[in-house]
Design a protein around this ligand. Structure first.
Ligand code: PMP
Length: 361
């Protein structure tokens, strides 16, 4: 969850009123399945590079990033098909694809042994969150991003690049997206890029986009028709005006500073209260700290249950494992709560760990 205090309520209220008055047919009626032409053009321009100019035919507007994941599953997966997923994996992606009963192959992109060419062999697609992943907050390095594109080209698998967190960047420039790397050869190649308004503006807008080759956009459009006919015209028009207004860019540094301070408060409290039991890296962006247990007696599924009794909530690592086996880690969010609540949360978590360890004595 973002911090609701960061939602630009006044700006959006004005934009919304003007949008409905100025474009009543577009905002209050049904619209094209692919999304408003203006919004598709704005997204195409935003992601065009010197090597390639994107057009509307490369863009589908979705009812936020989550629908992009769902449509990819609908368009590409049959029962038993293989998905090569960055491990640990975003829980919502697993939820979106599980009904289609695929098999999952884990790719730990931070491990020196990881071979994407082998992992993606015979896969329908690979799934990656290269910028400040959910759940780990880590960045996939520039070299691995190129390797993923090469492996997708060689194996024939699509490469799903899910990027909700790239704009929540607290330290410095990011490596190029896989989309940008693929576009160096003049087209989007195997990359299916998913973007969203959720993290920097508001998840309530439910506006996202897919950028891909025109034939993939056509397949996803067909899948979207059976899902919701079209994304809300009101929020699409608001998204157009938001993109044109520049408020994303002007607000980014303030939001980054706000979340950086929360991240630092959480990490400082964790160093004081949890470092005997857990280890973690300080992420350079995103919303999460990913902590791994040092002590084998710590099972984070059990810690989650005790934590709820102490009124603190972690996400246990098992939910980010397609097989549900990993009970050695936890994801902690630092964007929703203010610094003092984060410190109190860590104290409660430390109490929860003590209680868990007593169960072993
Ligand atoms: N992908 C990832 C990795 C996410 O963490 C989220 C939000 N939790 C989403 C997609 C979906 O976000 P939305 O539907 O709000 O765009």
């Amino acid at each position: 969850m973002p911090d609701p205090a960061t939602y630009p309520a006044e700006e959006l209220a004005n934009i919304a009123a003007n949008a409905i008055r100025g474009y009543p047919a577009e905002t209050l009626g049904y619209g094209p399945i692919e999304g408003l032409a203006d919004l598709r053009m704005l997204i195409a321009q935003r992601y065009s590079t010197p090597s390639m100019t994107l057009s509307k035919s490369n863009v589908l507007i979705t009812t936020s990033g989550m629908q992009g994941l769902d449509l990819v599953g609908k368009a590409l997966l049959d029962k038993g098909d293989l998905v090569a997923g960055q491990f640990p994996t975003y829980l919502g992606a697993l939820d979106a694809w599980r009904p289609r009963q695929p098999q999952f192959r884990n790719m730990d992109l931070t491990s020196a042994d990881c071979d994407p060419f082998a992992a993606m062999n015979a896969a329908k697609f690979a799934y990656t969150v290269p910028n400040f992943s959910n759940p780990t907050g880590r960045l996939v390095g520039a070299e691995m991003r190129s390797t993923l594109v090469d492996a997708a080209n060689q194996t024939g698998a699509w490469l799903i690049e899910d990027d909700p967190y790239g704009s929540l960047n607290y330290e410095g420039p990011l490596p190029p997206n896989a989309l940008e790397i693929a576009m160096r050869c003049g087209d989007t190649g195997p990359v299916v890029y998913l973007g969203t308004m959720s993290k920097l503006i508001s998840p309530g807008l439910r506006v996202g986009w897919v950028i891909a080759a025109p034939q993939m956009i056509e397949a996803l459009t067909l899948a979207k028709q059976g899902s919701d006919l079209c994304t809300s015209g009101i929020t699409q028009r608001i998204a157009c005006e938001v993109l044109k207004s520049g408020i994303i860019e002007t607000r980014q540094p303030t939001i980054a500073a706000h979340y950086r301070s929360r991240r630092d408060a959480l990490c400082a409290a964790m160093s004081e209260h949890l470092s005997d039991w857990f280890e973690w890296e300080v992420p350079a962006g995103g919303m999460f700290i990913w902590a791994k247990a040092r002590d084998p007696r710590i099972n984070t599924d059990r810690l989650f249950e005790i934590g709820l009794e102490e009124k603190v909530c972690i996400s246990p690592s098992s939910v980010f494992d397609a097989n549900g086996d990993d009970c050695t880690g936890m994801r902690i969010n630092f964007t929703l709560n203010a610094e003092d609540r984060l410190v109190e949360a860590v104290r409660r978590l430390a109490r929860s760990v003590e209680r868990l360890l007593k169960e072993h004595t």
